[in-house]
Design a protein around this ligand. Structure first.
Ligand SMILES: [Cu+2]
Length: 118
């Protein structure tokens, strides 16, 4: 016997509607700032997001102008904030790649650059 009815679908639709209402974790701002120039190689990169992050699945990767990884690989998450310590990497264009899992279980990622030097 078929048990499906149109009314069974409504709770599911409400669930999706609620999920969409809370936006995913998007990059709000960063230090060093996105696209900006800093005089000295920064000791760390910090990103702020629009939603709280799940520490276990949120990472930052940073490479220097030569394409070498300069992050220590140990990303720290505190609420909506995520940081990683950097090794000295010289001047030039740094690439920051991030991937985060927000508490609403959605994954987002992105990347940006900043400049180091005069
Ligand atoms: Cu989301």
């Amino acid at each position: 016997m078929r048990r499906s009815s149109p009314f069974g679908i409504i709770p599911l639709l409400l669930l999706f509607a609620t999920g969409e209402a809370s936006a995913h974790a998007l990059l709000d701002h960063a230090q060093p700032r996105v696209g900006n120039k800093v005089a000295e190689p920064p000791r760390e990169v910090t990103l702020w997001f629009t939603q709280k992050l799940e520490p276990a699945f949120s990472t930052i990767t940073v490479t220097n102008a030569a394409g070498d990884r300069v992050d220590t690989g140990k990303t720290r998450v505190n609420g909506t904030q995520m940081s990683v310590t950097l090794r000295p990497g010289g001047s030039g264009t740094y690439h920051v790649t991030w991937r985060v899992l927000s508490v609403d279980t959605h994954t987002t990622d992105g990347n940006f650059t900043f400049q180091v030097g005069q």
